[in-house]
Structures are given as C-alpha cells and as structure tokens.
Ligand binder design. Structure first.
Ligand code: ADP
Ligand code: MG
Length: 613
C-alpha cells in the first residue's frame, strides 16, 4: 500500500489553528489588543464595523516592528515573547504562542502597517488567507496598525455561524472592557461604525471603572488591598447593597490578564455571606498578582481559565482580605458575630482618602463687616509682631548677605522644619498679615514678605501637577450630582480638558449641552463648582490652547490653582498663615508663581539698618 500520510500545507494548518484561536470577531479584538499592550503602547485605538464582521482595526503607538519582524509575525509559532520552554513559567506578556496573527491571516484579509521608533519608513503587508499579496515601504507613525477585514471570508460555515452584529458587538465590548480595566494607565478609544463608544484617558483604576461603567459606580466601590508572599490583591469590591441577582461586574485579573475562576469567585461570595441575599452576586474588580511560575494559563487556548498551584491558600487569603475591606469601610452591619476581629490590623489604605487640608481659611470672614474682620487681623498683627520683632535682629552680625536661600530664625533645616509643622505652630507665632494681602515673617537675618495669593497659587499648582502625574487626584463624591448647563462649544473644551480634570479628582459625565458633576477635587468646595468651571472655560478661551510653554495639564493645574487660591483681602488666622508659609517652602519652586510672578521678597537686616542711618 502506498504511503498516505502527508504534511498539511501551512495555510491549511493555519486555518485549523485559527479554529481554536478565533471563534468570533471578539477573539480577534482580544488578540490584537493584547499584542498592542505587549508592544508597550500607551494609547490604543479600536475601530470596528458591523460587529467586527467587516472590520476589526487596532492602531497602537507601541514598539512597532522591523520589516523582517513584520513579515515573520504572520508565521505560525513566530513569537518574540519566548525563546525557551522555561520562559513559559515566567510569562509577563499576554501572547506567547505566536499563533494569533498567523491564524487571523489565514481566515481574513489583513492589512498591517508598522514602524519602529528609529526606522525612517514603515512596512505595509497585505495578506489574504495566508497569502502575502504585497509587502511595501510605507509612511506611517511609530507603532502598529492592523486591519482585519471580512473575517471567515474563506470559511462560509464559520461566517454563517456568527450572531447578529449587535451580539458580536457585545462580545467585543466585553473583551475591550477586560483589557481596558486591567490597563487603566493605557488610553483607549473604541469606535463602532464611526460612532465613539469609549474614549478612556490614561487614569487610575477607580477612574477607569467609573469611566466604563458610569459615575454611579464611584460611590459603590470599596477598595481592597492585601500583600502577602503568595498573593497580592488590589482592586475594588462593590458594596453589598448593590449586589444583583444577575451577573454584572465580576472581574478577576491574574498577573494582568482577565481570568475566570469559579473557585475564587466562590471565595468572594463567601466573604459577603450574611451581607447579601443568597442568590445575589456582588460586583468586584480584583487584580491578583502571583508568582508567574505558580500559575498555568496554558490549559485553555483562549487563556481565560487558569490553574493556580495553591488554590486553597489563595481562596483563604482572598476571602479574609475582602471581609477585612468590608469591615474596614463600615460596610458590615454593626453587629456581625461572624466578623473576625483578628482582621482589624492597621492597613495602610486606612490613611488613604483623608488628606489633611493644608490651608484653613477663616470661613466666618465677611468682607462687608469691617470691624469684626479687621479686628481679627489686627490682633494677629500685634500678637505676631510682638514676638517676631524681638528676634528679628538677633543674628544681625552673622552672615547678613545670605538671602539666596531662605533661612528661618528657628534655625532648623528647612526639611526638618516642615516635618515638624505641628511643633512650630504651637511654639512660635512668627507671622502676621499685612493689608490682608501679605504674610510677613521674620527670618534669621531679616524679614520675609509673602504675597498670600501668589503663594497659595504655587502651592496648589504643585499639588495639582503632582496629582495629575500620579493620577491620584483625591476626589470627593457629591451626594447629589450637580447638573450644569453649557454651550456645545464649551462642552467640547471640557472634553479636551477631561483627562486633566479627571486626574485632578473631577468626575463628570457629558450630556449634549450639560455636564453632570459627581465628584470634585477634595480641596474644592462644592459651592464653587460652577464658578470654577466657568473660570476654567474663560481662561482657556482667553489663553487658548496656544500656550506653548505649558503643557495642557499644567495649564489646567495653573488655572485651577488661580481660581481656587485664597485671594488678597482674605483674612487668614495665624495657623493658616503659618501653614501657608510652611507649604510654600515645601514647594519645588517657592520663588515664582506658575505664571512667573515673584511670590515673596526678603528684607535684609542691613537694608533695614541702613534706613535708620
Ligand atoms: P504572540 O503574541 O503569541 O507572540 P502573535 O501572533 O500575536 O503571537 O504575534 C506574533 C509576533 O508579532 C509577536 O510576538 C510580536 O513580536 C509581533 N507583534 C504582533 N503584534 C504586534 C504589535 N501590535 N506591535 C509590535 N509587535 C507585534
Ligand atoms: Mg499575540
């Protein structure tokens, strides 16, 4: 009998592999998004048409591929992510099988464009059903764009098996959300048939959740965090009262990828026991970090089911961590006899969210009541001066010219000085307010006159810039979201500013001609929302987006600082004055306001002396 075994041609093998990797358009979306993440993209655009059946297009700004790599990426088992079998146990990337692109190219029309940072030109490759139609040089920005058209064009049975566009879109949205949730620092845009479905700036996890699932989520989230040797958990659970009978927001991520784990799901359920109805399911967004070698993600081709080495331990840790959070945030009813008191250890997130305001403003101040306010100012003046003047010339003979760096008469190192604000506030009253505009304080070798408004602008500015950079703007949630009306073009401006405002702690939703504000930076008063937003608009329309010297984020921080800063004419009590001085010299650049105006002047003791000559 003649030999009958023959090797399958590549394109057939690829088609068979594709059956495993690509079930529907959503699978393509998942693979392409994960490749973009693996390529280090900070911004990813997803464009689909007709539930992904006509088009799935992903554009990233990641590493891009060289000409050779671009061609090789479509070969089966072509991957840059592992080289040896051992690498499988130490995976930090999402892909590793090197099958996705080969599979997709076997069953669709693919158009890839890619360019690396340093390459002069990019590469464009067109493939249909594993056949390379063309490979050319092209002009394209750094990163990769892969358009997958007419999925299953050569496998009608599979194409007919696809559901309605609506259903496929839902699957795609699910995949998109999973990837977006575990990479909140990556910006995503998602368009379906030309309409924008999501526009997510780089942000923190809470903001990402709120952005995807709506502002109502903000009040529902309870933070969860635990670090143990075997498992690190970080994320949010939803308060028990929001648990629903149907499945809703249940997300586990293990080492940065979405996973399904009925067992760990049960751990969460058991932590909520007694707090929710038996058939209700709590919401959660939990990132689990385990040693990559302790997790096997290879048991299922689409990689959502995983196997952990020591599931029992993970179960126990997860359960007690969540119980702890529920207790910590007073979500547990006062009398819960099952509540484990041993879990009441001080956790570091206890401190979170309660940032002590640095400036306390005299709220009783009324500019129209001359006497009352004036009196408090004057008292402050006399008291402070009485003490301050005594010491002013103590060190008159010493090094009177050293004003380049400000040295307080307390003779402490500036850094130590600021660390010990409390003691200072109690022991030395060395400031007073001049003309409700300046804070005067004595220095080792003279005196210092600070413009209170400018100083506060600088302090707030640096705080906002830091918040923006860390995406850690502390937000206070409004009990009743506030709806504010704006013109359409104004809404557009706010949309441009949205990333920055989110980073500062604002949470809002856009309507056609209104904005619903549900969270504001915690140093802002609720009553000032309207005026702050109007000021922002005005400053932007005046200064435009043209300011080249400042980034948009810095400009927003600057505007906000200017708007929220204490103004001239405002009476400050001595504690506030002192806090202002301390905070100012805790700034990186205490000398100048963000718009380069002088914040303080020093009066040299010799200068003063000379005036008496
Ligand atoms: P895997 O992700 O499992 O390695 P794929 O078939 O998804 O396999 O991709 C093959 C290879 O192509 C990747 O290992 C990577 O080197 C390269 N690649 C794919 N997509 C991108 C992208 N968006 N940016 C840069 N390189 C990419
Ligand atoms: Mg991949």
């Amino acid at each position: 009998m003649a030999d009958i075994i023959k090797l399958l041609p590549d394109h057939v093998a690829n088609q068979i592999a594709a059956g495993e990797v690509v079930q529907r358009p959503a699978s393509v979306v998942k693979e392409l998004l994960e490749n973009a993440i693996d390529a280090g993209a900070s911004s990813i655009k997803l464009i689909i048409k007709d539930g992904g059946k006509t088009l799935v297009h992903v554009v990233d700004n990641g590493s891009g591929m060289s000409e050779t790599d671009a061609r090789l990426s479509f070969e089966r088992h072509a991957t840059s992510k592992i080289t040896t079998a051992e690498d499988l146990f130490n995976l930090n990337t999402k892909g590793f099988r090197g099958e996705a692109l080969a599979s997709i190219a076997a069953i669709a029309h693919v158009d890839l464009q890619s360019k690396t940072e340093n390459a002069e030109v990019g590469t464009q490759i067109k493939i249909e059903g594993s056949k390379v139609l063309s490979q050319e040089i092209t002009v394209t920005p750094k990163g990769t764009s892969i358009a997958v058209k007419n999925l299953f064009f050569n496998i009608p049975a599979r194409r007919n098996f696809l559901k309605s566009n609506q259903v496929e879109l839902r699957h795609i949205t699910d995949e998109f959300q999973r990837v977006a949730l575990v990479h909140p620092n990556v910006a995503f845009q998602f368009y379906n048939n030309g309409a924008e479905l999501f526009n997510l700036p780089s942000e923190n996890l809470r903001q990402r959740i709120v952005h995807i699932f709506g502002s109502k989520m903000n009040e529902r989230l309870v933070p969860v965090e635990e670090n143990t040797e075997v498992l690190k958990v970080k994320g949010f659970i939803c308060k028990p009262e929001f648990a629903k009978k149907s499945r809703g927001v249940q997300f586990f991520f293990a080492n940065g990828r979405f996973i399904k784990s009925p067992y760990l799901h049960h751990a969460v359920l058991s932590a909520f026991e007694g707090l929710i109805k038996n058939d209700a399911i709590p919401g959660y967004f939990l990132n689990l970090q385990v040693d990559p070698s302790a997790i096997d993600i290879n048991i299922h081709p689409t990689k959502t089911e995983v196997k952990f080495d020591d599931e029992n331990t993970l179960y126990a840790i997860l359960r007690s961590t969540i119980k702890h959070s529920l207790g910590q945030f007073n979500v547990v009813p006062a009398l819960d006899f099952n509540y484990d008191q041993n879990l009441d250890t001080p956790y570091h997130f206890q401190q979170k969210g309660a940032v002590r305001p640095s400036i306390s403003v005299d709220s009783s101040f009324n500019p129209f009541v001359e006497n009352k306010s004036g009196a408090s100012g004057v008292t402050g003046f006399q008291k402070a001066s009485a003490k301050g003047w005594e010491k002013l010339f103590e060190d008159i003979d010493e090094d009177t010219n050293s004003f380049s760096s400000v040295q307080f008469e307390t003779e402490m190192e500036p850094s130590g000085f600021f660390d010990e604000q409390e003691t200072i506030a109690e022991t030395s009253q060395t400031t007073f307010q001049l003309k409700r505009k300046y804070i005067v304080t004595s220095l080792k070798s003279g005196m210092l006159v600070i413009d209170q408004n400018r100083a506060h602008q600088r302090i707030l500015f640096e705080k906002f810039v830091q918040n923006t950079a860390e995406k850690e703007g502390v937000s206070q949630q409004l009990l009743f979201p506030m709806v504010l009306k704006f013109a359409k073009n104004e809404i557009t401006i706010f949309k441009t500013l949205y990333n920055d405002l989110m980073a500062l702690g604002f949470v809002f939703d856009f309507g056609d001609q209104e904005i619903t504000v549900s969270g504001i930076p915690n140093m802002m008063a609720e009553s000032s929302i309207g005026s702050v937003l109007k000021d922002l608009l005005q400053n932007y329309t005046e200064e435009g987006y043209t300011t080249e010297t400042l980034s948009r984020a810095a400009l927003t921080a600057q505007t906000l600082a200017r708007t929220l800063s204490i103004k001239s004419g405002q009476v400050l009590n001595s504690a506030s004055q002192l806090a202002l001085v301390n905070d100012l010299f805790g700034c990186k650049e205490p000398k100048l306001t963000p718009s380069n105006k002088i914040i303080y002047i020093t009066l040299d003791a010799t200068e003063i002396e000379n005036k008496f000559k």
